[in-house]
Ligand binder design. Structure first.
Ligand SMILES: Cc1ncc(COP(=O)(O)O)c(C=O)c1O
Length: 382
Protein backbone atom coordinates (compact mmCIF):
# COMPACT_ATOMS: atom_id res chain seq x y z
CA UNK A 1 0.00 0.00 0.00
CA UNK A 2 1.23 3.48 -0.81
CA UNK A 3 1.38 6.10 1.91
CA UNK A 4 -2.13 7.44 2.46
CA UNK A 5 -2.83 11.00 1.37
CA UNK A 6 -4.81 11.46 4.56
CA UNK A 7 -3.19 12.36 7.83
CA UNK A 8 -3.19 9.84 10.72
CA UNK A 9 -5.85 11.64 12.80
CA UNK A 10 -8.29 11.43 9.87
CA UNK A 11 -7.53 7.79 9.09
CA UNK A 12 -7.99 6.85 12.74
CA UNK A 13 -11.17 8.86 13.41
CA UNK A 14 -12.93 7.43 10.35
CA UNK A 15 -11.50 3.91 10.79
CA UNK A 16 -10.08 4.22 7.26
CA UNK A 17 -13.61 4.76 5.92
CA UNK A 18 -15.12 1.60 7.44
CA UNK A 19 -18.91 1.38 7.23
CA UNK A 20 -21.26 -1.60 7.03
CA UNK A 21 -22.35 -1.80 3.37
CA UNK A 22 -25.25 -4.18 4.20
CA UNK A 23 -26.98 -1.79 6.64
CA UNK A 24 -25.26 1.58 5.88
CA UNK A 25 -24.26 1.71 9.57
CA UNK A 26 -21.30 4.00 10.21
CA UNK A 27 -19.96 1.55 12.77
CA UNK A 28 -19.08 -1.94 11.51
CA UNK A 29 -20.88 -4.78 13.32
CA UNK A 30 -19.30 -7.49 15.47
CA UNK A 31 -19.19 -10.74 13.46
CA UNK A 32 -19.39 -13.76 15.70
CA UNK A 33 -19.82 -16.63 13.24
CA UNK A 34 -17.08 -19.24 13.48
CA UNK A 35 -17.88 -20.81 10.11
CA UNK A 36 -18.98 -19.81 6.60
CA UNK A 37 -21.25 -21.43 3.99
CA UNK A 38 -19.68 -23.30 1.11
CA UNK A 39 -20.90 -22.70 -2.45
CA UNK A 40 -22.92 -25.38 -4.29
CA UNK A 41 -19.76 -26.53 -6.07
CA UNK A 42 -17.93 -26.91 -2.75
CA UNK A 43 -15.90 -23.72 -3.18
CA UNK A 44 -15.65 -20.68 -0.92
CA UNK A 45 -16.18 -17.68 -3.19
CA UNK A 46 -16.71 -15.50 -0.07
CA UNK A 47 -13.04 -16.05 0.68
CA UNK A 48 -13.86 -17.12 4.23
CA UNK A 49 -13.84 -20.67 5.52
CA UNK A 50 -13.39 -20.91 9.28
CA UNK A 51 -13.14 -18.44 12.17
CA UNK A 52 -9.60 -19.25 13.23
CA UNK A 53 -8.20 -18.01 9.93
CA UNK A 54 -10.99 -15.70 8.73
CA UNK A 55 -13.04 -13.17 10.66
CA UNK A 56 -14.62 -10.05 9.09
CA UNK A 57 -14.36 -8.36 12.50
CA UNK A 58 -10.60 -8.10 11.88
CA UNK A 59 -11.00 -6.28 8.55
CA UNK A 60 -11.60 -2.71 9.75
CA UNK A 61 -9.01 -2.63 12.57
CA UNK A 62 -6.41 -4.26 10.31
CA UNK A 63 -7.14 -1.91 7.38
CA UNK A 64 -7.03 1.13 9.68
CA UNK A 65 -3.74 0.15 11.27
CA UNK A 66 -2.28 -0.78 7.91
CA UNK A 67 -3.14 2.67 6.53
CA UNK A 68 -1.78 4.37 9.66
CA UNK A 69 1.55 2.54 9.30
CA UNK A 70 1.77 2.89 5.47
CA UNK A 71 1.90 -0.91 5.27
CA UNK A 72 1.13 -3.53 2.63
CA UNK A 73 -0.71 -5.81 5.06
CA UNK A 74 -1.73 -6.08 8.72
CA UNK A 75 -2.61 -8.99 10.97
CA UNK A 76 -4.06 -8.65 14.45
CA UNK A 77 -3.15 -11.17 17.16
CA UNK A 78 -4.39 -12.23 20.58
CA UNK A 79 -1.68 -10.11 22.27
CA UNK A 80 1.44 -8.13 21.54
CA UNK A 81 3.52 -11.13 22.63
CA UNK A 82 1.63 -13.40 20.20
CA UNK A 83 2.40 -10.93 17.40
CA UNK A 84 6.07 -10.52 18.33
CA UNK A 85 6.77 -14.21 18.84
CA UNK A 86 5.08 -15.00 15.48
CA UNK A 87 7.91 -13.07 13.81
CA UNK A 88 10.58 -15.22 15.50
CA UNK A 89 8.66 -18.50 15.24
CA UNK A 90 8.55 -18.11 11.45
CA UNK A 91 12.32 -17.72 11.07
CA UNK A 92 14.33 -20.81 10.10
CA UNK A 93 16.49 -22.88 12.48
CA UNK A 94 20.03 -21.50 12.37
CA UNK A 95 18.89 -17.92 11.73
CA UNK A 96 20.62 -15.22 13.76
CA UNK A 97 18.75 -12.28 15.29
CA UNK A 98 20.08 -9.01 16.71
CA UNK A 99 17.92 -7.60 19.52
CA UNK A 100 18.32 -4.72 22.00
CA UNK A 101 19.50 -5.05 25.59
CA UNK A 102 16.85 -2.44 26.49
CA UNK A 103 13.43 -3.59 25.32
CA UNK A 104 10.06 -4.83 26.59
CA UNK A 105 11.18 -7.22 29.31
CA UNK A 106 8.89 -10.21 28.59
CA UNK A 107 9.99 -10.37 24.96
CA UNK A 108 13.66 -10.07 25.99
CA UNK A 109 13.01 -12.91 28.46
CA UNK A 110 11.31 -15.03 25.76
CA UNK A 111 14.22 -14.43 23.36
CA UNK A 112 16.76 -15.28 26.06
CA UNK A 113 15.02 -18.45 27.24
CA UNK A 114 12.95 -19.83 24.36
CA UNK A 115 14.39 -18.78 21.00
CA UNK A 116 17.25 -21.30 21.18
CA UNK A 117 14.70 -24.14 21.31
CA UNK A 118 13.67 -23.00 17.81
CA UNK A 119 17.31 -23.06 16.70
CA UNK A 120 17.44 -19.24 16.62
CA UNK A 121 20.56 -17.51 17.91
CA UNK A 122 20.07 -14.08 19.49
CA UNK A 123 22.69 -11.38 20.17
CA UNK A 124 21.64 -8.61 22.56
CA UNK A 125 23.30 -5.25 21.85
CA UNK A 126 23.07 -1.56 22.73
CA UNK A 127 20.68 -0.65 19.91
CA UNK A 128 21.14 3.08 20.53
CA UNK A 129 24.65 2.63 19.08
CA UNK A 130 24.57 1.95 15.30
CA UNK A 131 28.18 0.68 15.42
CA UNK A 132 27.15 -1.96 17.98
CA UNK A 133 24.23 -3.00 15.76
CA UNK A 134 26.54 -3.28 12.73
CA UNK A 135 29.19 -5.18 14.70
CA UNK A 136 26.63 -7.77 15.83
CA UNK A 137 25.75 -8.77 12.25
CA UNK A 138 26.90 -12.27 11.32
CA UNK A 139 27.22 -12.20 7.53
CA UNK A 140 24.96 -14.74 5.85
CA UNK A 141 23.37 -15.77 9.15
CA UNK A 142 21.69 -12.61 10.50
CA UNK A 143 18.14 -12.54 9.17
CA UNK A 144 16.45 -10.05 11.51
CA UNK A 145 17.22 -6.90 13.49
CA UNK A 146 14.59 -6.22 16.16
CA UNK A 147 14.41 -2.77 17.72
CA UNK A 148 12.13 -0.81 20.04
CA UNK A 149 12.26 3.00 20.13
CA UNK A 150 11.75 4.77 22.52
CA UNK A 151 12.67 1.61 24.47
CA UNK A 152 11.29 0.45 27.80
CA UNK A 153 12.10 1.56 30.46
CA UNK A 154 14.91 4.09 29.87
CA UNK A 155 13.40 5.37 26.59
CA UNK A 156 16.69 5.00 24.76
CA UNK A 157 16.41 5.83 21.05
CA UNK A 158 17.44 3.80 18.00
CA UNK A 159 17.93 5.50 14.65
CA UNK A 160 15.39 3.55 12.55
CA UNK A 161 16.69 4.62 9.11
CA UNK A 162 20.26 3.72 10.10
CA UNK A 163 19.16 0.35 11.53
CA UNK A 164 17.29 -0.36 8.27
CA UNK A 165 20.44 0.40 6.25
CA UNK A 166 22.49 -1.93 8.46
CA UNK A 167 19.91 -4.72 8.20
CA UNK A 168 19.43 -4.40 4.46
CA UNK A 169 23.18 -4.17 3.85
CA UNK A 170 23.45 -7.61 5.44
CA UNK A 171 20.45 -9.08 3.60
CA UNK A 172 18.45 -9.03 6.85
CA UNK A 173 15.14 -7.41 7.71
CA UNK A 174 14.29 -4.76 10.27
CA UNK A 175 11.35 -5.19 12.67
CA UNK A 176 10.30 -2.32 14.95
CA UNK A 177 8.18 -2.49 18.10
CA UNK A 178 6.20 0.75 17.57
CA UNK A 179 3.96 0.33 20.62
CA UNK A 180 5.18 3.40 22.51
CA UNK A 181 5.29 6.11 19.80
CA UNK A 182 2.33 4.71 17.81
CA UNK A 183 1.99 5.63 14.11
CA UNK A 184 0.84 9.07 15.25
CA UNK A 185 4.43 9.96 16.14
CA UNK A 186 6.62 7.48 14.21
CA UNK A 187 6.01 5.45 11.05
CA UNK A 188 8.90 2.97 10.82
CA UNK A 189 7.96 1.60 7.36
CA UNK A 190 8.37 5.09 5.92
CA UNK A 191 11.87 5.10 7.46
CA UNK A 192 12.84 1.76 5.88
CA UNK A 193 11.56 -0.89 8.32
CA UNK A 194 10.17 -4.17 6.96
CA UNK A 195 7.89 -5.13 9.83
CA UNK A 196 6.14 -3.16 12.56
CA UNK A 197 4.79 -4.72 15.73
CA UNK A 198 2.31 -3.34 18.25
CA UNK A 199 1.05 -4.28 21.62
CA UNK A 200 -2.40 -2.96 20.67
CA UNK A 201 -3.22 -3.43 24.36
CA UNK A 202 -1.61 -0.01 24.88
CA UNK A 203 -2.30 3.24 22.98
CA UNK A 204 -4.07 1.71 19.98
CA UNK A 205 -6.92 0.44 22.13
CA UNK A 206 -6.19 3.03 24.78
CA UNK A 207 -8.71 2.11 27.46
CA UNK A 208 -6.98 -0.72 29.36
CA UNK A 209 -9.78 -3.14 28.44
CA UNK A 210 -8.40 -5.20 25.53
CA UNK A 211 -5.29 -7.38 25.22
CA UNK A 212 -4.31 -7.38 21.53
CA UNK A 213 -1.35 -7.32 19.18
CA UNK A 214 -0.64 -6.54 15.54
CA UNK A 215 1.99 -6.87 12.84
CA UNK A 216 2.22 -4.69 9.75
CA UNK A 217 4.44 -5.54 6.79
CA UNK A 218 6.08 -3.31 4.20
CA UNK A 219 5.81 -6.10 1.62
CA UNK A 220 3.70 -9.20 1.18
CA UNK A 221 6.77 -11.38 0.85
CA UNK A 222 7.56 -14.96 1.77
CA UNK A 223 8.12 -14.23 5.48
CA UNK A 224 4.71 -12.49 5.61
CA UNK A 225 3.11 -15.57 4.01
CA UNK A 226 4.67 -17.74 6.74
CA UNK A 227 3.44 -15.33 9.44
CA UNK A 228 -0.10 -15.40 7.95
CA UNK A 229 -0.13 -19.20 7.90
CA UNK A 230 1.33 -19.27 11.42
CA UNK A 231 -1.52 -17.14 12.79
CA UNK A 232 -4.16 -19.34 11.16
CA UNK A 233 -2.58 -22.58 12.38
CA UNK A 234 -1.26 -21.45 15.75
CA UNK A 235 -4.60 -19.82 16.53
CA UNK A 236 -3.48 -16.82 18.62
CA UNK A 237 -6.28 -14.67 17.18
CA UNK A 238 -8.20 -11.75 18.58
CA UNK A 239 -11.80 -12.28 19.72
CA UNK A 240 -14.50 -10.57 17.64
CA UNK A 241 -15.60 -8.26 20.45
CA UNK A 242 -11.98 -7.34 21.25
CA UNK A 243 -11.43 -6.48 17.57
CA UNK A 244 -14.47 -4.21 17.70
CA UNK A 245 -13.29 -2.52 20.91
CA UNK A 246 -9.84 -2.05 19.39
CA UNK A 247 -11.35 -0.24 16.42
CA UNK A 248 -13.44 1.94 18.70
CA UNK A 249 -10.35 2.83 20.71
CA UNK A 250 -8.30 3.64 17.62
CA UNK A 251 -10.77 6.32 16.52
CA UNK A 252 -9.52 8.60 19.31
CA UNK A 253 -5.86 7.63 18.99
CA UNK A 254 -4.74 11.06 17.81
CA UNK A 255 -6.38 12.97 20.64
CA UNK A 256 -5.11 10.59 23.30
CA UNK A 257 -1.54 10.36 22.01
CA UNK A 258 -1.21 14.12 21.51
CA UNK A 259 -2.51 14.76 25.02
CA UNK A 260 -0.34 12.10 26.68
CA UNK A 261 2.69 13.32 24.79
CA UNK A 262 2.19 16.98 25.71
CA UNK A 263 1.60 16.04 29.35
CA UNK A 264 4.70 13.81 29.44
CA UNK A 265 6.85 16.72 28.25
CA UNK A 266 5.28 19.04 30.83
CA UNK A 267 5.80 16.56 33.69
CA UNK A 268 9.38 15.86 32.52
CA UNK A 269 10.21 19.58 32.44
CA UNK A 270 8.57 20.30 35.78
CA UNK A 271 10.24 17.41 37.61
CA UNK A 272 13.76 17.80 36.20
CA UNK A 273 14.86 20.20 38.89
CA UNK A 274 12.93 18.61 41.79
CA UNK A 275 15.36 17.89 44.65
CA UNK A 276 13.90 14.39 45.27
CA UNK A 277 14.64 13.36 41.68
CA UNK A 278 18.06 12.20 40.48
CA UNK A 279 17.19 12.10 36.79
CA UNK A 280 14.24 12.34 34.41
CA UNK A 281 14.48 10.02 31.41
CA UNK A 282 12.45 11.39 28.52
CA UNK A 283 13.52 11.71 24.86
CA UNK A 284 11.77 15.07 24.60
CA UNK A 285 14.31 16.64 26.97
CA UNK A 286 17.41 18.05 25.21
CA UNK A 287 19.49 16.35 27.94
CA UNK A 288 18.36 12.87 26.78
CA UNK A 289 21.13 11.16 24.77
CA UNK A 290 18.68 10.17 22.01
CA UNK A 291 16.99 13.58 21.76
CA UNK A 292 18.41 14.64 18.37
CA UNK A 293 17.52 11.35 16.65
CA UNK A 294 14.10 11.27 18.31
CA UNK A 295 13.44 14.82 17.10
CA UNK A 296 14.32 13.69 13.57
CA UNK A 297 12.28 10.49 13.39
CA UNK A 298 9.31 11.40 15.62
CA UNK A 299 6.86 14.09 14.61
CA UNK A 300 4.27 15.74 16.80
CA UNK A 301 5.78 14.75 20.14
CA UNK A 302 8.05 12.37 22.00
CA UNK A 303 5.42 10.04 23.41
CA UNK A 304 3.53 9.62 26.64
CA UNK A 305 6.12 7.54 28.54
CA UNK A 306 8.88 8.73 30.84
CA UNK A 307 10.83 7.44 33.80
CA UNK A 308 12.04 9.20 36.92
CA UNK A 309 14.96 8.16 39.09
CA UNK A 310 14.25 8.87 42.74
CA UNK A 311 17.02 10.18 44.96
CA UNK A 312 16.86 7.06 47.12
CA UNK A 313 16.70 3.26 46.95
CA UNK A 314 14.05 0.77 45.80
CA UNK A 315 12.15 1.23 49.08
CA UNK A 316 11.95 4.98 48.52
CA UNK A 317 10.79 4.48 44.93
CA UNK A 318 8.05 2.05 46.06
CA UNK A 319 7.02 4.56 48.74
CA UNK A 320 6.56 7.32 46.12
CA UNK A 321 4.39 5.06 43.93
CA UNK A 322 2.31 4.08 46.97
CA UNK A 323 1.88 7.71 48.07
CA UNK A 324 0.28 8.86 44.81
CA UNK A 325 -3.48 9.35 44.87
CA UNK A 326 -4.29 9.88 41.19
CA UNK A 327 -1.55 7.83 39.54
CA UNK A 328 -2.46 4.14 39.61
CA UNK A 329 0.39 1.90 40.78
CA UNK A 330 -0.03 -0.73 38.08
CA UNK A 331 1.79 -2.27 35.13
CA UNK A 332 1.04 -1.55 31.44
CA UNK A 333 0.82 1.76 29.62
CA UNK A 334 -1.08 3.76 27.02
CA UNK A 335 -4.49 3.95 28.74
CA UNK A 336 -6.49 7.08 29.55
CA UNK A 337 -5.55 6.78 33.23
CA UNK A 338 -1.99 7.57 34.35
CA UNK A 339 0.07 4.68 35.73
CA UNK A 340 3.20 4.57 37.87
CA UNK A 341 5.37 1.51 38.26
CA UNK A 342 8.60 0.31 39.88
CA UNK A 343 10.12 -1.54 36.91
CA UNK A 344 13.12 -3.36 38.40
CA UNK A 345 10.89 -5.42 40.70
CA UNK A 346 8.59 -6.52 37.88
CA UNK A 347 11.32 -7.19 35.33
CA UNK A 348 13.59 -9.19 37.66
CA UNK A 349 17.22 -10.19 37.01
CA UNK A 350 18.72 -8.76 33.82
CA UNK A 351 16.53 -5.65 33.93
CA UNK A 352 18.26 -2.49 32.72
CA UNK A 353 16.05 -0.52 35.16
CA UNK A 354 17.93 0.81 38.17
CA UNK A 355 16.30 0.17 41.57
CA UNK A 356 15.39 3.84 41.94
CA UNK A 357 13.43 4.00 38.64
CA UNK A 358 9.69 4.60 38.41
CA UNK A 359 8.05 4.35 35.01
CA UNK A 360 5.23 6.79 34.28
CA UNK A 361 2.53 6.31 31.66
CA UNK A 362 0.69 9.57 31.07
CA UNK A 363 -3.05 9.36 30.65
CA UNK A 364 -5.35 12.17 29.57
CA UNK A 365 -6.10 13.71 32.97
CA UNK A 366 -5.34 17.37 33.70
CA UNK A 367 -1.56 17.73 33.78
CA UNK A 368 -1.62 20.16 36.73
CA UNK A 369 -3.48 17.57 38.82
CA UNK A 370 -0.99 14.90 37.77
CA UNK A 371 2.05 17.03 38.60
CA UNK A 372 0.63 18.15 41.94
CA UNK A 373 -0.04 14.53 42.90
CA UNK A 374 3.51 13.45 42.01
CA UNK A 375 5.02 16.36 43.90
CA UNK A 376 2.97 15.58 47.04
CA UNK A 377 3.98 11.89 46.74
CA UNK A 378 7.68 12.82 46.41
CA UNK A 379 7.52 15.30 49.27
CA UNK A 380 5.69 12.98 51.62
CA UNK A 381 7.94 9.97 51.05
CA UNK A 382 11.54 10.89 50.01
C1 LIG B 1 6.64 -2.10 24.19
C2 LIG B 1 5.84 -3.37 24.39
N1 LIG B 1 5.91 -4.34 23.47
C3 LIG B 1 5.21 -5.49 23.61
C4 LIG B 1 4.42 -5.73 24.72
C5 LIG B 1 3.67 -7.02 24.85
O1 LIG B 1 2.32 -6.83 24.56
P1 LIG B 1 1.08 -7.63 25.23
O2 LIG B 1 1.12 -7.34 26.70
O3 LIG B 1 -0.10 -7.08 24.51
O4 LIG B 1 1.34 -9.08 24.95
C6 LIG B 1 4.31 -4.74 25.70
C7 LIG B 1 3.48 -4.97 26.90
O5 LIG B 1 3.63 -4.32 27.90
C8 LIG B 1 5.05 -3.54 25.53
O6 LIG B 1 4.99 -2.56 26.46
Amino acid sequence: MAKSELRPATIAAQAHGAIDEATRAVVPPVHVSTTYLRDADGGYRSGRVYGRADNPSFDAPEATLNALESGAGCLTFASGMAAATAVFQTLQPGDHVVAPKVMYWALRHWLATTADRLGIVVSFVDASDPDALAAAIRPGLTKLLWIETPANPTWSITDIARAAEIAHGAGARLAVDNTVPTPLLTRPIELGADLVMHSATKYLNGHSDVVAGALITAERDEHWARITAHRALNGAILGSFEAWLLLRGMRTLALRVQRASQSALTVAERLTSHPAIREVLYPGLPSHPGHAIAARQMSGGFGGMLSIRIDGDAKAAHAVAAATRLWKPATSLGGVESLIEHRASIEGPGSPAPDDLLRLSLGIEDVDDLTADLVQALESSV
